[in-house]
Design a protein around this ligand. Structure first.
Ligand code: FES
Length: 128
């Protein structure tokens, strides 16, 4: 499978990794669309664009960077702990999520993701 088939986004002019557009909806009501490569984490793409986004562990563990995914596909395999139920509930951990399509996310969802984990009897780190 070629890189283009594996990541069917828009290849860069240099033939590098596919690049997608990720729109961040922030708590102040603003939204910002930034490019994110298929081989980078969504958090890094947002920061490169100057967005102030919460994070702590940056290992896909403590849920501090949680977002609600409003649309789009992502690869969460870099996370230390991410459950199928997290995806079903519509959450991603952007410190360790790589885009697999254009995405739209609502940031600052750590509390909501923790509540969703607890409601499903799944572990949710305390103290964050
Ligand atoms: S910063 Fe800890 S899970 Fe993303």
């Amino acid at each position: 499978m070629s890189p283009e088939e594996e990541h069917p986004g828009r290849p860069t002019p240099s033939g590098g990794p596919a690049t997608y557009q990720v729109t961040f909806e922030l708590p102040d009501g603003s939204s910002h669309t930034v490019p994110a490569r298929a081989d980078e984490h969504v958090l890094d793409a947002g920061r490169r664009a100057g967005l102030q986004l919460p994070s702590r562990c940056e290992q896909g563990w403590d849920l501090v960077c949680a977002v609600r995914v409003l649309s789009g596909e992502f690869d969460q395999s870099d996370s230390r702990r991410y459950f199928d139920q997290d995806r079903e509930a519509g959450f991603a951990l952007i410190c360790t999520a790589k885009p697999r399509s254009d995405m739209r996310v609502r940031t600052h969802q750590s509390r909501a993701m923790r509540d969703a984990r607890r409601a499903r009897g799944l572990p949710a780190p305390r103290g964050v």
